[in-house]
Ligand binder design. Sequence first.
Ligand SMILES: *Cc1c(COP(=O)(O)O)cnc(C)c1O
Length: 433
Amino acid sequence: MTSTTAFNTSQSEQIFSTAKQLMPGGVNSPVRAFNSVGGQPIVFDKVQGSHAWDIDGNEYIDYVGTWGPAICGHAHPEVIQTLHETLEKGTSFGTPSVQENILAEMVINAVPSIEMVRFVNSGTEACMSALRMMRAYTGRDKIVKFQGNYHGHADMLLVQAGSGVATLGLPDSPGVPKSATSSTLAAPYNDLEAVKKLFEEHGNDIAGIMVEPVVGNSGFIAPDAGFLEGLREITQEYGALLAFDEVMTGFRIAYGGAQEKFGVTPDVTTLGKIIGGGLPVGAFGARKDIMEMVAPAGPMYQSGTLSGNPLAMTAGIKTLEILQRPGVYEQLDRMTKKLTNGLKEIADKHGHATHMGQISAMFGVFFTDRSVHNFEDAKTSDLDKFARYHRGMLERGIYLAPAQFEAAFMSLAHTDEDINKTLNAADEVMASL
Ligand SMILES: *Cc1c(COP(=O)(O)O)cnc(C)c1O
């Protein structure tokens, strides 16, 4: 679509107005409601490759990719085919399965810090379980996290948690008891001095640090040189654990995640999104001596009725197989660079101050004249301008995350033609902002 006059979303509007009677805010995850960009959310009917079709028949080039999982493109034919084969055997076993072993081995072989893994059903579960394990292993209660980093919606991690929470203006959610977050310490991202101070004061009580090694949940923010290394040193000095939350970055910014990309190996890693190939999965993993804290090998309780679900494992296995093929990450990097370099040129041409960031298949655009290193910098973005940009792109068939504080995602299915269309749309929209 290049013309905006044909943009009709009447069926989306109708379905969403019904949804609002049935589910809080009409959605099952807040950021989907478009509250921070205004207007109505688009109701998708079908997704395939790099494209999505809404219920009114509008077609979009999609840079949300169901919020990260769709790195091979939506509904990849090989993933769908293998899902059909597993489906014939049933939808859930509730016993050990071969599929679990295969995906576990793939994850262990890929991610440097993981010698053993436990599968769960979401990133939220992965992070809350990893945190329990860190506390169980160290016998300490305090945890350090970073402002604007999101680790799911478990009580003790819902402190200065970025994206959805930031967009909604809920700095701390009602219903989270003070006691649940009283052991959670928050520092500004990329600020090693602040982390050092926290450790000087509380070092012997800190179980560990949980960090997004590359931030996606305050928009895209890269770690400054030495930041991740610094966290590694501080945690080692105090006998605390370092956890990388790679729910978003795992298998996205490199096959082995941020820890492979930056050569910094944490003690604990959480995963999600891509490893489920579009089905609900999360995972946490670590060295054997840490993982053997987890029941029934050890005393730390954690469980899940549908954990290790054969369909989810199958989608994950095929997705990782595709990601192992030669040239995959080079292609993702090349396409993402082509898009972000193009966007930067267009923004400059039309006189819009932007901060553009990109690592491999993850990227982001802030409408600010600041260089963005933390959530405070991110918040200087012109949110009204972002909302108009988002709307203009949407009307031209480009589907971007409906919030400034979200990262964007490239997939293997995106073509040069997709990128060119996106840049043409951006050129029109930026001229009108
Ligand atoms: C998405 C995300 C989560 C939460 O995962 P869910 O599957 O939505 O519960 C946790 N951490 C990070 C870094 C994420 O991007």
